[in-house]
Ligand binder design. Structure first.
Ligand code: CP
Ligand code: NVA
Length: 308
């Protein structure tokens, strides 16, 4: 049996991802109907967190409990990993005891090194470069509200950060066009755009960098933003607040998107910074469904990875 990991969206094929999103909606219906479904009885998820979290921690822990398994929260403050035990050693030891591991950390390379030495699936619960679990929930949310995202236009506005990189991967896998608008110097890493489509997908990367937020939002089906200073960039907050001012998603900007456009934000949000209260609390915003779907999408992911 091969161990599959989920470090970026590109670890799964388009077909696998589309099936996973569909399964997430099924699991959601089952859970809302009060159906007990425990495919992971006696299985244990190790959860390593080197950064804060509300949604990711609670959705994975709850998902494991609903599936009949359990989860162990491992804060870097309390583990030997946090005191310098090599990643490779930690990976070998932990994966000899638990059935899957999720990791939220800084350098993306850390999850890659951990996965290289892990005998069980490793899931990226956010690194400085990617946040693939969030994209599963975002894609599920879009599909539930509007149907297929294939061929649609999505606009990323704000920082070219981990979420933006995962949106670039999603454009490739789910077949939508991504407009990216960031202040100069805050563009996404260029190497993310160079990851090739797999042969069977016969598709090329589909994103455009734009300077003007209004131009980027025009004709868009989905507007997405995120905080201007991510975890680890707290010191840059005041500089970034100045630089990013023009990139707030407000009602004026939303008025340039298609009339049925949705608004998403992975949360936590800062009203009055990257998004106005009017937009995030308004009719086009689906942020609460998006947050809830973390639970269902990750249950589908756990079921998929643990049944390989
Ligand atoms: N969106 C997200 O990952 O939220 P948390 O940081 O609360 O986990
Ligand atoms: N870009 C944000 C996402 C938080 C879920 C961060 O990395 O802090």
């Amino acid at each position: 049996m091969t161990t599959r990991h989920f470090l970026t969206l590109l670890d799964l094929s388009t077909g696998e991802l589309e099936q996973l999103i569909q399964r997430a909606s099924e699991l959601k219906k089952m859970q809302h109907a009060g159906e007990i479904f425990e495919p992971l009885k006696n299985q244990v998820l190790g959860m390593i967190f080197e950064k804060s979290s509300t949604r990711t921690r609670v959705s994975f822990e709850t998902g494991m409990a609903q599936f009949g398994g359990s989860a162990i929260f491992l804060s870097s403050r309390d583990t030997q990993l946090g005191r310098g035990e090599p990643i490779e050693d930690s990976a070998r030891v932990l994966s000899s005891m638990v059935d899957a591991v999720i990791i939220r950390t800084f350098e993306h390379q850390m999850v890659e090194r951990f996965a290289d030495y892990s005998s069980v699936p490793v899931i990226n619960a956010l690194t400085d470069d990617y946040h693939p679990c969030q994209l599963l929930a975002d894609m599920q949310t879009y599909v539930e509200h509007r149907g297929s995202i294939r061929g649609k236009t999505v606009t990323w506005i704000g920082d070219g950060n981990n979420m933006c990189h995962s949106y670039m991967n999603a454009a490739l896998r789910f077949g939508f066009h991504l407009n990216i608008t960031t202040p100069e110097g805050y563009e996404p890493k260029s190497e993310v755009g160079q990851q090739p489509a797999t042969k069977t997908e016969n598709r090329t990367s589909s994103f455009t960098l734009m300077n003007d937020p209004i131009e980027a939002a025009t004709g868009s089906d989905l507007i997405v933003t995120d905080v201007w200073a991510s975890m680890g960039q707290e010191d840059e907050s005041s500089t970034r607040n100045e630089v990013f001012k023009r990139y707030q998603v407000d009602s004026e900007l939303m008025s340039h998107a298609n009339s049925d456009a949705l608004f998403m934000h992975c949360l936590p949000a800062h009203r009055g910074e990257e998004v106005s209260a009017e937009v995030i609390d308004g009719k086009q915003s689906v942020v609460w469904d998006e947050a809830e779907n973390r639970l269902h999408a990750q249950k589908a992911l756990l079921e998929f990875l643990l049944s390989q």
